[in-house]
Design a protein around this ligand. Structure first.
Ligand SMILES: [Mn+2]
Length: 364
Protein backbone atom coordinates (compact mmCIF):
# COMPACT_ATOMS: atom_id res chain seq x y z
CA UNK A 1 0.00 0.00 0.00
CA UNK A 2 1.13 3.52 -0.60
CA UNK A 3 -0.80 6.59 0.45
CA UNK A 4 -2.17 9.05 -2.09
CA UNK A 5 -4.36 12.15 -1.98
CA UNK A 6 -6.83 13.51 -4.48
CA UNK A 7 -6.06 16.88 -6.02
CA UNK A 8 -8.43 18.72 -8.38
CA UNK A 9 -5.73 20.68 -10.17
CA UNK A 10 -5.21 24.42 -10.14
CA UNK A 11 -8.85 25.09 -9.21
CA UNK A 12 -8.41 23.08 -6.02
CA UNK A 13 -8.23 25.45 -3.03
CA UNK A 14 -5.71 23.03 -1.51
CA UNK A 15 -2.24 23.56 -2.99
CA UNK A 16 0.15 20.70 -3.67
CA UNK A 17 2.53 22.23 -1.15
CA UNK A 18 -0.01 21.42 1.59
CA UNK A 19 -0.53 17.87 0.33
CA UNK A 20 3.26 17.43 0.37
CA UNK A 21 3.23 18.12 4.12
CA UNK A 22 0.80 15.33 5.04
CA UNK A 23 3.01 12.60 6.53
CA UNK A 24 3.45 9.61 4.25
CA UNK A 25 1.52 10.93 1.27
CA UNK A 26 3.66 10.25 -1.78
CA UNK A 27 1.17 9.98 -4.62
CA UNK A 28 -1.39 12.31 -6.17
CA UNK A 29 -4.72 11.31 -7.70
CA UNK A 30 -5.83 13.80 -10.33
CA UNK A 31 -7.31 14.31 -13.79
CA UNK A 32 -7.79 16.78 -16.63
CA UNK A 33 -11.10 18.33 -15.68
CA UNK A 34 -11.71 20.53 -18.69
CA UNK A 35 -11.44 18.04 -21.55
CA UNK A 36 -14.91 17.43 -23.04
CA UNK A 37 -16.28 13.98 -22.19
CA UNK A 38 -15.47 11.62 -25.06
CA UNK A 39 -12.41 13.48 -26.37
CA UNK A 40 -8.94 11.92 -26.21
CA UNK A 41 -6.53 13.35 -23.65
CA UNK A 42 -3.41 14.90 -25.11
CA UNK A 43 0.02 13.82 -24.00
CA UNK A 44 1.02 17.45 -23.78
CA UNK A 45 -1.80 18.39 -21.36
CA UNK A 46 -1.45 15.32 -19.15
CA UNK A 47 2.33 15.67 -19.19
CA UNK A 48 2.02 19.25 -17.97
CA UNK A 49 -0.16 18.13 -15.05
CA UNK A 50 2.37 15.40 -14.23
CA UNK A 51 5.18 17.96 -14.32
CA UNK A 52 3.33 20.22 -11.89
CA UNK A 53 2.80 17.34 -9.45
CA UNK A 54 6.43 16.26 -9.67
CA UNK A 55 7.67 19.81 -9.19
CA UNK A 56 5.93 19.69 -5.79
CA UNK A 57 7.91 16.57 -4.84
CA UNK A 58 5.01 14.17 -5.40
CA UNK A 59 4.22 11.38 -7.88
CA UNK A 60 1.20 11.26 -10.24
CA UNK A 61 0.01 7.73 -9.49
CA UNK A 62 -3.70 7.58 -10.34
CA UNK A 63 -5.93 9.21 -12.91
CA UNK A 64 -9.39 9.62 -11.37
CA UNK A 65 -11.10 9.72 -13.63
CA UNK A 66 -11.54 9.64 -17.39
CA UNK A 67 -15.34 9.91 -17.68
CA UNK A 68 -17.06 7.34 -19.88
CA UNK A 69 -19.35 8.98 -22.45
CA UNK A 70 -23.07 8.19 -22.07
CA UNK A 71 -23.16 6.85 -25.65
CA UNK A 72 -20.78 4.09 -24.55
CA UNK A 73 -22.98 3.21 -21.56
CA UNK A 74 -26.06 3.33 -23.78
CA UNK A 75 -24.40 1.21 -26.49
CA UNK A 76 -25.17 3.80 -29.18
CA UNK A 77 -23.67 3.50 -32.69
CA UNK A 78 -21.12 6.27 -32.11
CA UNK A 79 -19.44 4.35 -29.30
CA UNK A 80 -16.59 2.87 -31.35
CA UNK A 81 -15.06 6.27 -32.03
CA UNK A 82 -15.50 7.26 -28.36
CA UNK A 83 -13.93 4.00 -27.17
CA UNK A 84 -10.99 4.57 -29.56
CA UNK A 85 -10.51 7.99 -27.94
CA UNK A 86 -10.64 6.37 -24.51
CA UNK A 87 -7.95 3.88 -25.56
CA UNK A 88 -5.84 6.78 -26.80
CA UNK A 89 -6.08 8.48 -23.37
CA UNK A 90 -5.04 5.21 -21.70
CA UNK A 91 -2.09 4.94 -24.08
CA UNK A 92 -1.03 8.49 -23.15
CA UNK A 93 -1.21 7.57 -19.46
CA UNK A 94 1.06 4.62 -20.14
CA UNK A 95 3.56 6.74 -22.03
CA UNK A 96 3.76 9.08 -19.05
CA UNK A 97 4.08 6.19 -16.59
CA UNK A 98 0.83 6.82 -14.68
CA UNK A 99 -0.08 3.29 -13.59
CA UNK A 100 -3.74 3.32 -12.45
CA UNK A 101 -7.01 4.57 -13.96
CA UNK A 102 -10.07 4.84 -11.72
CA UNK A 103 -13.31 5.15 -13.71
CA UNK A 104 -16.98 4.37 -13.23
CA UNK A 105 -19.87 3.10 -15.30
CA UNK A 106 -22.85 4.78 -13.62
CA UNK A 107 -25.59 6.04 -15.97
CA UNK A 108 -26.08 9.83 -16.08
CA UNK A 109 -25.04 10.57 -12.49
CA UNK A 110 -22.06 9.32 -10.61
CA UNK A 111 -21.95 9.97 -6.85
CA UNK A 112 -25.19 11.26 -5.39
CA UNK A 113 -25.97 12.92 -2.03
CA UNK A 114 -29.03 14.76 -0.79
CA UNK A 115 -27.13 16.90 1.74
CA UNK A 116 -23.60 18.23 1.24
CA UNK A 117 -23.29 19.75 4.71
CA UNK A 118 -25.21 17.74 7.30
CA UNK A 119 -24.30 19.15 10.74
CA UNK A 120 -22.83 16.51 13.06
CA UNK A 121 -22.92 16.68 16.87
CA UNK A 122 -19.30 17.90 17.07
CA UNK A 123 -20.01 20.95 14.90
CA UNK A 124 -18.46 19.51 11.74
CA UNK A 125 -20.47 18.84 8.58
CA UNK A 126 -20.58 15.76 6.38
CA UNK A 127 -22.16 14.48 3.18
CA UNK A 128 -25.38 12.52 3.60
CA UNK A 129 -27.97 10.64 1.56
CA UNK A 130 -31.65 10.04 2.18
CA UNK A 131 -33.74 8.19 -0.39
CA UNK A 132 -36.86 10.07 0.73
CA UNK A 133 -35.24 13.40 -0.06
CA UNK A 134 -34.13 12.08 -3.45
CA UNK A 135 -37.66 10.92 -4.22
CA UNK A 136 -38.86 14.51 -3.71
CA UNK A 137 -36.50 15.86 -6.41
CA UNK A 138 -38.32 16.85 -9.60
CA UNK A 139 -36.05 16.09 -12.56
CA UNK A 140 -38.45 17.63 -15.08
CA UNK A 141 -36.61 20.87 -14.38
CA UNK A 142 -33.17 19.34 -15.00
CA UNK A 143 -30.65 18.82 -12.21
CA UNK A 144 -31.28 22.22 -10.61
CA UNK A 145 -32.56 20.74 -7.33
CA UNK A 146 -29.78 18.17 -6.88
CA UNK A 147 -26.97 19.12 -4.47
CA UNK A 148 -23.70 19.18 -6.40
CA UNK A 149 -25.42 18.70 -9.77
CA UNK A 150 -27.17 22.06 -10.11
CA UNK A 151 -25.67 23.04 -13.45
CA UNK A 152 -25.01 19.58 -14.89
CA UNK A 153 -28.07 19.11 -17.11
CA UNK A 154 -30.88 21.32 -18.35
CA UNK A 155 -34.42 19.95 -18.53
CA UNK A 156 -34.35 18.96 -22.23
CA UNK A 157 -30.96 17.27 -22.18
CA UNK A 158 -31.72 15.34 -19.00
CA UNK A 159 -35.15 14.33 -20.27
CA UNK A 160 -33.67 12.93 -23.48
CA UNK A 161 -30.98 11.05 -21.60
CA UNK A 162 -33.40 9.49 -19.12
CA UNK A 163 -35.65 8.48 -22.03
CA UNK A 164 -32.72 6.82 -23.80
CA UNK A 165 -31.99 4.72 -20.71
CA UNK A 166 -35.53 3.30 -20.64
CA UNK A 167 -34.35 0.51 -22.95
CA UNK A 168 -31.15 -0.14 -21.00
CA UNK A 169 -31.72 -2.45 -18.06
CA UNK A 170 -29.00 -3.88 -15.81
CA UNK A 171 -28.15 -6.75 -18.17
CA UNK A 172 -27.93 -4.42 -21.17
CA UNK A 173 -25.65 -2.17 -19.15
CA UNK A 174 -23.43 -5.19 -18.37
CA UNK A 175 -23.32 -5.95 -22.12
CA UNK A 176 -22.26 -2.39 -22.83
CA UNK A 177 -19.63 -2.50 -20.08
CA UNK A 178 -18.33 -5.78 -21.54
CA UNK A 179 -18.14 -4.25 -25.04
CA UNK A 180 -16.18 -1.32 -23.61
CA UNK A 181 -13.77 -3.49 -21.60
CA UNK A 182 -13.13 -5.93 -24.47
CA UNK A 183 -11.61 -2.96 -26.30
CA UNK A 184 -10.07 -0.92 -23.49
CA UNK A 185 -8.48 -3.76 -21.47
CA UNK A 186 -6.10 -4.75 -24.34
CA UNK A 187 -5.11 -1.08 -24.72
CA UNK A 188 -4.50 -0.86 -20.97
CA UNK A 189 -2.46 -4.07 -21.03
CA UNK A 190 -0.27 -2.70 -23.85
CA UNK A 191 0.14 0.60 -21.98
CA UNK A 192 0.87 -1.09 -18.63
CA UNK A 193 -2.08 0.72 -17.05
CA UNK A 194 -4.37 -0.90 -14.46
CA UNK A 195 -8.09 -0.20 -14.84
CA UNK A 196 -9.96 0.16 -11.54
CA UNK A 197 -13.72 0.50 -11.78
CA UNK A 198 -15.27 2.50 -8.94
CA UNK A 199 -18.37 0.99 -7.32
CA UNK A 200 -21.67 2.79 -7.74
CA UNK A 201 -22.37 5.40 -5.08
CA UNK A 202 -24.86 4.87 -3.56
CA UNK A 203 -24.83 1.16 -4.49
CA UNK A 204 -28.41 0.85 -5.77
CA UNK A 205 -30.43 2.18 -8.73
CA UNK A 206 -31.49 5.82 -8.52
CA UNK A 207 -34.14 7.60 -10.60
CA UNK A 208 -34.94 4.26 -12.24
CA UNK A 209 -31.45 4.09 -13.76
CA UNK A 210 -29.63 0.76 -13.46
CA UNK A 211 -26.55 0.49 -11.28
CA UNK A 212 -24.53 -2.70 -11.55
CA UNK A 213 -21.34 -2.36 -9.47
CA UNK A 214 -22.85 -2.59 -6.01
CA UNK A 215 -22.01 -5.92 -4.34
CA UNK A 216 -19.23 -8.48 -4.04
CA UNK A 217 -20.78 -10.63 -6.74
CA UNK A 218 -20.71 -7.64 -9.09
CA UNK A 219 -16.99 -7.09 -8.49
CA UNK A 220 -16.36 -10.78 -9.15
CA UNK A 221 -18.41 -10.65 -12.36
CA UNK A 222 -16.51 -7.55 -13.47
CA UNK A 223 -13.05 -9.08 -13.17
CA UNK A 224 -14.10 -12.21 -15.02
CA UNK A 225 -15.92 -10.27 -17.76
CA UNK A 226 -12.54 -9.69 -19.39
CA UNK A 227 -10.13 -11.89 -17.46
CA UNK A 228 -6.92 -9.90 -17.49
CA UNK A 229 -4.64 -8.51 -14.77
CA UNK A 230 -5.33 -5.02 -16.16
CA UNK A 231 -9.06 -5.35 -15.45
CA UNK A 232 -9.62 -4.58 -11.78
CA UNK A 233 -11.51 -2.53 -9.25
CA UNK A 234 -11.31 0.42 -6.90
CA UNK A 235 -12.34 -0.94 -3.52
CA UNK A 236 -14.30 2.00 -2.10
CA UNK A 237 -15.30 1.21 1.48
CA UNK A 238 -17.67 4.14 1.73
CA UNK A 239 -19.65 3.36 -1.42
CA UNK A 240 -19.87 -0.38 -0.78
CA UNK A 241 -20.37 0.18 2.95
CA UNK A 242 -23.70 1.95 2.43
CA UNK A 243 -25.34 -1.41 1.70
CA UNK A 244 -25.86 -3.38 4.96
CA UNK A 245 -25.42 -6.78 3.28
CA UNK A 246 -21.90 -5.94 2.06
CA UNK A 247 -19.35 -7.65 4.33
CA UNK A 248 -16.33 -5.67 3.16
CA UNK A 249 -13.41 -7.78 4.50
CA UNK A 250 -15.10 -10.92 3.13
CA UNK A 251 -15.57 -9.21 -0.25
CA UNK A 252 -11.84 -8.42 -0.43
CA UNK A 253 -10.95 -12.03 0.30
CA UNK A 254 -13.52 -13.56 -2.07
CA UNK A 255 -12.47 -11.28 -4.90
CA UNK A 256 -8.86 -12.33 -4.40
CA UNK A 257 -9.93 -15.98 -4.51
CA UNK A 258 -11.75 -15.43 -7.82
CA UNK A 259 -8.91 -13.45 -9.39
CA UNK A 260 -5.68 -12.51 -7.65
CA UNK A 261 -4.37 -8.93 -7.55
CA UNK A 262 -7.38 -7.17 -9.05
CA UNK A 263 -7.81 -4.49 -6.40
CA UNK A 264 -5.80 -1.77 -8.08
CA UNK A 265 -6.86 1.14 -5.86
CA UNK A 266 -8.42 1.54 -2.42
CA UNK A 267 -10.69 4.39 -1.32
CA UNK A 268 -11.04 4.35 2.44
CA UNK A 269 -13.68 6.16 4.43
CA UNK A 270 -16.41 5.37 6.90
CA UNK A 271 -20.17 5.63 6.62
CA UNK A 272 -23.01 5.23 9.10
CA UNK A 273 -26.25 3.71 7.90
CA UNK A 274 -29.05 5.62 9.60
CA UNK A 275 -32.09 3.99 8.01
CA UNK A 276 -33.39 2.25 4.92
CA UNK A 277 -31.31 3.67 2.05
CA UNK A 278 -30.18 6.47 4.27
CA UNK A 279 -26.63 7.16 5.44
CA UNK A 280 -24.17 9.81 6.47
CA UNK A 281 -20.43 10.04 6.16
CA UNK A 282 -18.40 10.04 9.38
CA UNK A 283 -14.80 10.45 10.55
CA UNK A 284 -12.56 7.66 9.23
CA UNK A 285 -11.93 5.63 12.45
CA UNK A 286 -13.95 2.42 12.71
CA UNK A 287 -15.74 3.50 15.90
CA UNK A 288 -17.67 6.21 14.06
CA UNK A 289 -19.44 4.18 11.43
CA UNK A 290 -20.36 0.78 10.11
CA UNK A 291 -17.09 0.13 8.29
CA UNK A 292 -14.44 -1.74 10.27
CA UNK A 293 -11.43 -0.21 8.54
CA UNK A 294 -9.02 -2.26 10.64
CA UNK A 295 -10.54 -5.48 9.29
CA UNK A 296 -10.75 -4.13 5.72
CA UNK A 297 -7.06 -3.22 5.80
CA UNK A 298 -6.21 -6.58 7.38
CA UNK A 299 -7.96 -8.29 4.45
CA UNK A 300 -6.11 -6.05 1.99
CA UNK A 301 -2.83 -6.96 3.65
CA UNK A 302 -3.68 -10.66 3.59
CA UNK A 303 -4.43 -10.65 -0.15
CA UNK A 304 -1.11 -8.85 -0.79
CA UNK A 305 -2.46 -5.44 -1.74
CA UNK A 306 0.42 -3.25 -2.95
CA UNK A 307 -1.47 -0.47 -4.75
CA UNK A 308 -2.37 3.11 -4.01
CA UNK A 309 -4.86 3.99 -1.29
CA UNK A 310 -6.44 7.33 -0.58
CA UNK A 311 -8.53 8.67 2.26
CA UNK A 312 -11.86 9.21 0.53
CA UNK A 313 -14.23 12.03 1.53
CA UNK A 314 -13.72 13.86 4.77
CA UNK A 315 -15.91 16.12 6.85
CA UNK A 316 -15.50 19.87 6.98
CA UNK A 317 -13.78 20.66 10.27
CA UNK A 318 -11.95 23.55 11.93
CA UNK A 319 -13.94 26.11 9.97
CA UNK A 320 -12.65 24.95 6.59
CA UNK A 321 -14.78 25.71 3.54
CA UNK A 322 -14.35 24.30 0.07
CA UNK A 323 -15.26 21.41 -2.19
CA UNK A 324 -17.78 19.18 -0.33
CA UNK A 325 -16.06 16.01 0.87
CA UNK A 326 -12.66 17.22 -0.25
CA UNK A 327 -11.33 19.55 2.43
CA UNK A 328 -7.74 19.21 3.58
CA UNK A 329 -7.97 18.65 7.32
CA UNK A 330 -10.23 15.66 7.79
CA UNK A 331 -8.76 13.83 4.82
CA UNK A 332 -5.26 14.43 6.21
CA UNK A 333 -6.40 12.94 9.53
CA UNK A 334 -7.78 10.00 7.56
CA UNK A 335 -4.47 9.51 5.74
CA UNK A 336 -2.52 9.32 8.98
CA UNK A 337 -5.11 7.06 10.66
CA UNK A 338 -5.00 4.62 7.74
CA UNK A 339 -1.21 4.58 7.78
CA UNK A 340 -1.26 3.86 11.49
CA UNK A 341 -3.52 0.88 10.93
CA UNK A 342 -1.33 -0.31 8.07
CA UNK A 343 1.86 0.06 10.07
CA UNK A 344 0.42 -2.08 12.83
CA UNK A 345 -0.75 -4.72 10.38
CA UNK A 346 2.45 -4.90 8.35
CA UNK A 347 4.55 -5.18 11.49
CA UNK A 348 2.54 -8.29 12.32
CA UNK A 349 3.37 -9.77 8.89
CA UNK A 350 5.65 -7.55 6.83
CA UNK A 351 4.91 -7.08 3.16
CA UNK A 352 7.68 -7.91 0.71
CA UNK A 353 8.71 -4.48 -0.48
CA UNK A 354 10.87 -5.89 -3.26
CA UNK A 355 7.67 -6.63 -5.16
CA UNK A 356 5.92 -3.39 -4.18
CA UNK A 357 5.98 -0.48 -6.62
CA UNK A 358 6.21 1.97 -3.74
CA UNK A 359 7.09 5.43 -5.01
CA UNK A 360 9.80 6.29 -2.54
CA UNK A 361 9.76 9.86 -1.43
CA UNK A 362 13.47 10.66 -1.13
CA UNK A 363 13.01 12.70 2.01
CA UNK A 364 11.37 9.95 4.02
MN1 LIG B 1 -14.77 6.35 -3.52
Amino acid sequence: MYMTFRWFGRDDPIPLTHIRQIPGVAGVVSALYDVPVGAAWSRERLGRLKGEIEAAGLTFTVVESIPVHEDIKLGRPGRDRLIANYCESVRVMGELGIPVLCYNFMPVFDWMRTDLALPLADGSTALAYDERALAAVDLSRGTGDLPGWATAYGADELGALLAAYRTVDAERLWDNLGYFLERVVPAATDADVHLAIHPDDPPWPIFGLPRIICRGADLERLVTLVDSPANGVTFCTGSLGALPENDLPAMVRRLAAVAKDRIHFAHCRNVRITGERRFQETPHPSAYGGVDLGEVLRALRDVGFTGPMRPDHGRMIWGETGRPGYGLYDRALGATYLQGLWEGLTREAPIDRTTTPFPQNPEY
